[in-house]
Design a protein around this ligand. Structure first.
Ligand SMILES: [Zn+2]
Length: 204
């Protein structure tokens, strides 16, 4: 599995992956402190292994997603994540960057598929999700007014273009932080997520 972005270490260095893991750990802590959303019981750690695509081989080993389980009603609570975007097999950064290319148009999907080693059918699904499902999510409905995004522009393109950062890497990292409410159950309905700008993101 070779992805150009990751081969060139823009986002898949151990340092970046560690940073993303720390963001996830902080989110999991906050989620745990908020207790069970159903019964208020204490939440216990219940991490599970994942083998996300798009990550350098050495980094893929020993990857676990933070997850919590209620000690009373046994409900599983998934904290939001900057490493995993829902159940998708690819790491969040790859999902966001390649989706942006697919949404932008101009380049044929088959070309993107070949270059990134991701099936066209997957790219079509991602594009449909960003263009059709994402604008209807209540997170976007709520955040859109906050952002004053123009209605005609696909949200993902707008997001990547407007996230502050001197490099693609810092823009992608900030976007991942900003997109956290879409990635876990815990963040849903928890009100406004903290602004991406308030999170310290590595530069470069
Ligand atoms: Zn519970």
């Amino acid at each position: 599995m070779s992805h150009k972005l990751f081969r060139h270490s823009i986002l898949s260095t151990a340092r970046v992956w560690d940073f993303l893991k720390q963001v996830d750990a902080t989110e999991a802590q906050a989620c745990r402190a908020a207790r069970c959303p159903r019964c208020g019981g204490a939440l216990h750690s219940a991490t599970y292994p994942r083998k996300p695509h798009g990550l350098a081989a050495g980094l893929r080993d020993d990857v676990r997603r933070f997850s919590l389980c209620c000690s009373v009603c046994r409900r599983r609570v998934k904290p939001a994540s900057v490493r995993f975007f829902g159940r998708r097999f690819y790491v969040g950064a790859l999902f966001v960057v390649v989706s942006a290319l697919a949404v932008a148009g101009g380049v044929r999907l088959q070309t993107i598929a070949r270059r990134w080693g991701i099936p066209s059918s997957t790219l079509k699904r991602w594009r449909r999700w960003w263009l059709e499902a994402f604008p209807l999510t209540r997170q976007w409905q709520a955040k859109r007014s906050e952002l004053a995004a123009p209605p005609e522009e696909p949200p993902l393109r707008w997001l990547l273009r407007n996230m502050r950062g001197s490099s693609l890497r810092s823009r992608v990292l900030r976007s991942l932080v900003w997109l956290m409410p879409w990635t876990g159950l815990c963040a849903l309905g928890a009100g406004r997520a903290s602004p991406a700008e308030s999170v310290s993101v590595m530069h470069g």
